[in-house]
Write a protein that binds this ligand. Structure first.
Ligand code: MN
Length: 143
């Protein structure tokens, strides 16, 4: 058994996120394991840019209220205990509600020799305020 050292909280890069987002690496696979687990904390209104994952991704909400949106306009509201799977190659974004913090565990598989995100995730443009607010509307319409 080994108690791991506390991770360093890192401010997410502005080119990939809108608003202030902080993440902590929880688990990183060793040797042949591609596992990655990260706690991501979004401030109100903050969200990722549009992106997709080669091997898909599981998002498990631990706190607050947020959304996951896809290119076809579908929106899932995230509340504590909710788990969402985005399949391989599906373009999506995730983030907090405009007036709430939101934290989730992101669980996915890296690739490449150093298991970094660079080969595993494809990133595109930021989510516009228009698309973000439309997601909020779509979410509240299904409450
Ligand atoms: Mn994702």
């Amino acid at each position: 058994m080994l108690k791991l050292p506390k991770s360093t909280t890192t401010h997410a890069p502005a080119e990939l996120f809108t608003g202030d987002v902080y993440h902590d690496e929880i688990a990183l696979g060793v040797a042949a394991s591609p596992l990655r687990v990260m706690l991501v904390r979004f401030t109100p209104g903050a969200r990722t840019a549009w992106h997709s994952h080669v091997n898909g991704q599981t998002l498990h909400c631990t706190d607050g209220v947020g959304y996951v949106g896809t290119r076809d306009g579908r929106v899932v509201e995230l509340r504590p205990g909710d788990t969402v799977w985005t399949p391989p190659g599906e373009w999506h974004w995730h983030g907090a509600a405009p007036d709430k913090f939101m934290s989730h565990l992101a669980i996915w598989e890296g690739c490449g020799p150093d298991q970094t995100d660079q080969d595993e995730s494809e990133w595109a443009e930021h989510v516009t305020d228009e698309d973000y607010l439309a997601a909020r509307e779509a979410s509240s319409a299904t409450d």
